[in-house]
Design a protein around this ligand. Structure first.
Ligand SMILES: [Zn+2]
Ligand SMILES: [Zn+2]
Length: 428
């Protein structure tokens, strides 16, 4: 209904770059951002009179603010996601405070990861989408690069070649990230199947045809009706009870598809993803069959660039010490604000690099055992996998074909589902 109103509005009289259709479907202008704010007026009024606030007043005010936070755009002002903004302000402010004194540095660089982790668990529990982490990741990368160019390079210890290597590293990381963001590979109903009353099925794990004789095929079930509805329609079939159980187990009531083997439903994105690994808040997207390789490549490029950049910065601000010693002991670095800021940024980058290195190692181990993050979590919960090296490795043993076979499969797997070998009609 709202969409119709918006379309009708745009067709009757196109929006100028500063106009937009607000959340109530009315035409509004960016200049009127402080007008007609009944929710905010009401909240202020109650606060002044010391009356209790309405239970939803805070969420209504925040909805109004986020609806009016816009930037001019050709076809009408675009809404800016509120969660994008805190990292843009907090990161430079906190890093500049941390550079004032080493004690402030310790406090800020300890508090920052704690706050980010707390916010991660807070949003993860609510299964809400937020651009905070993507904004923090991207802004950290650009801000570190900006400080490298404006604070480290002018000190004269960095050659043009080294600046070029860092620049290429940043550019390649962004390119790999853009590729990763193109999508994890979704389970979509096939157009020809959506009008069918017949259901496709995925093979049960014990008769897993995906790996039968080394040949690989996957099957997607799509239908308008859920398995219980189909059961009621088709009547009882004692021979197909195993298939029906599998279908029921793999049926996604949200996407209304039967998930292929290893696919999973992401509750944050609200879609089923092929060979779902995990939902990564740092890229605000799922990691699945289509983008898992580019995700690992992004991590690898980022880590290489970051380690190289930290190395250059520490060599510049603390030339008398070895790199590892310089990170922990760099005399007189706080005597100059510029070198203190570079040192603080080297520490911030080291913390981020350490976290991502841990993630990369876990990912490489998982690929070596042919286990996805989701499968490892399920195996841990249901106690069906082998826990090795103090729980660092979870081996489900279901899909593993040896180290070489697993890596070959990972590096050669197609981005989308392979052509199903069983047609829906075969199951009529
Ligand atoms: Zn789903
Ligand atoms: Zn997701």
């Amino acid at each position: 209904m709202k969409k119709k109103t918006k379309k009708a509005l745009e067709q009757d009289d196109p929006l100028c770059c500063c106009e937009y259709v607000d959340r109530h479907g009315g035409r509004s202008h960016m200049a009127a951002c402080c007008c007609d704010c009944e929710d905010l007026d009401d909240a202020c009024d109650r606060w002044m009179k010391r009356e209790p606030q309405k239970p939803d007043s805070l969420s209504r005010v925040s909805a109004v603010v986020s609806d009016r936070l816009r930037v001019p755009w050709i076809s009408g002002a675009k809404q800016v996601e509120l969660s994008l903004i805190p990292p843009l302000i907090l990161l430079p402010v906190l890093l500049h405070i941390a550079a004032l004194h080493y004690l402030l540095g310790i406090v800020v660089l300890t508090a920052l990861p704690v706050i980010v982790l707390w916010y991660y668990y807070f949003t993860h529990r609510k299964k809400g989408r937020t651009l905070f982490f993507l904004s923090l990741a991207l802004f950290s990368l650009f801000y570190m690069y900006y400080l490298f160019l404006t604070e480290v390079v002018p000190q004269g210890d960095i050659s043009y070649l080294q600046v070029g290597v860092v620049t290429i590293g940043v550019a390649l990381t962004i390119t790999a990230l853009i590729h990763t963001k193109r999508g994890p590979g979704y389970v979509r109903p096939h157009p020809s199947d959506t009008h069918s009353t017949v259901t496709y099925h995925t093979p049960p794990p014990d008769i897993d045809s995906t790996y039968h004789n080394g040949s690989r095929h996957q099957v997607v079930l799509t239908n308008h009706m859920s398995p219980p509805e189909q059961e009621a329609e088709s009547g009882a079939d004692p021979g197909g009870s195993l298939q029906k159980d599998t279908v029921k187990k793999n049926w996604c009531p949200v996407c209304r598809v039967v998930k292929p083997l290893r696919a999973g439903h992401c509750r944050i994105c609200g879609v089923c993803v092929l060979r779902l690994d995990h939902h990564c808040v740092w890229i605000n997207s799922c990691v699945g069959q289509a983008n898992h390789r580019s995700f690992l490549l992004t991590l690898l490029l980022f880590l290489s660039t970051s380690v190289y950049g930290i190395n250059l910065v520490l060599r510049s601000v603390c030339p008398t010490q070895s790199i590892l010693t310089a990170l922990f002991y760099c005399p007189d670095v706080y005597s100059q604000y510029s070198s203190a800021l570079c040192f603080t940024c080297a520490w911030y980058s080291s913390i981020v690099t350490g976290g991502l290195l841990h993630l990369l190692v876990l990912q490489l181990i998982n690929v070596s055992y042919n286990v996805t993050e989701r499968e490892a979590r399920i195996a841990l919960r249901e106690k069906t996998g082998r826990s090795l090296y103090w729980g660092f490795v979870i081996d489900t043993g279901v899909y593993s074909r040896g180290f070489r076979g697993n890596w070959t499969e990972f590096l050669t797997m197609s981005a989308a589902l392979e052509t199903p070998t069983i047609k829906p009609a075969d199951l009529v």
